[in-house]
Design a protein around this ligand. Structure first.
Ligand code: 5GP
Length: 207
């Protein structure tokens, strides 16, 4: 069986990443999300084990020491990390895996030449990003300002990604991601013969 693809998605806070991921997961039954570990506090409406695996700083640092993470980073004032197990197990079973990362995480994966489809989702404008963050109402003024600054720095790193999508209308963004995934999957490099007679052609066994 062919291993699944890793879809690596970044988006500054207030860009609509959570909704985009939710719709993608509904549309693609074969897609599984890698649930990250974080030390930040749980927000209203979030579920431990679904949105994140919420953990203490001590336990997170222990996992760093044990090399349990594919990558980890300090974002804003909290730790975030993707455990190796959460990715490799479903990928080996043939599931595509959705990995949400900030730019630091992407930088680490690029350095280790981690194979995947790297997508950055951008807000239509900084003004719109700020408006969405305020509308969410779950962050303090200080945290909103910090998220906007972090967001601006992240946007400047767009060249690290294979694809950049502006999230104006969620439906369009999701369709763009589906098209990208489809195009990657039908690349000749990943082609697996669908029948023995086609395979034989490739092996030069047919006249
Ligand atoms: P939030 O606190 O708004 O859920 O996420 C803050 C930032 O942390 C986002 O940019 C998000 O993509 C990033 N993030 C979430 N999980 C991980 C992870 O496992 N590793 C890294 N490097 N960043 C993550």
């Amino acid at each position: 069986m062919r291993e699944g693809f890793a879809l690596i998605l970044s988006a500054p806070s207030g860009t609509g990443k959570t909704t985009t991921c939710k719709v993608l997961l509904e549309r693609l039954p074969n897609l599984k999300i890698a649930v990250s570990h974080t030390t930040r506090s749980i927000r209203e409406g979030e579920k431990d084990g679904t949105d994140y695996l919420f953990t203490s700083t001590e336990k997170f640092e222990e996992k760093i020491k044990n090399n349990d993470f594919l990558e980890w980073a300090k974002v804003h004032t909290s730790y975030y990390g993707t455990s190796l197990k959460s990715i490799e197990t479903p990928k080996k079973k043939g599931n595509d895996i959705l990995i949400e990362l900030d730019v630091q995480g992407v930088e680490s994966l690029r350095k280790m030449k981690y194979e995947g489809i790297y997508i950055l989702i951008l807000p239509p404008s900084i003004t719109e990003m700020e408006a969405r963050l305020r509308k969410r109402g779950t962050n303090s003024e200080e945290s909103i300002k910090q998220r906007i600054e972090t967001g601006k720095q992240e946007i400047k790193q767009y060249k690290m990604y294979d694809y950049v999508i502006t999230n104006d209308v969620i439906e369009d963004t999701v369709n763009s991601i589906l098209s990208i995934l489809y195009a990657e999957k039908v690349k000749s490099a990943y082609y697996r013969p669908s029948s023995p007679d086609i395979e034989a052609l490739f092996n030069d066994e047919v006249d």
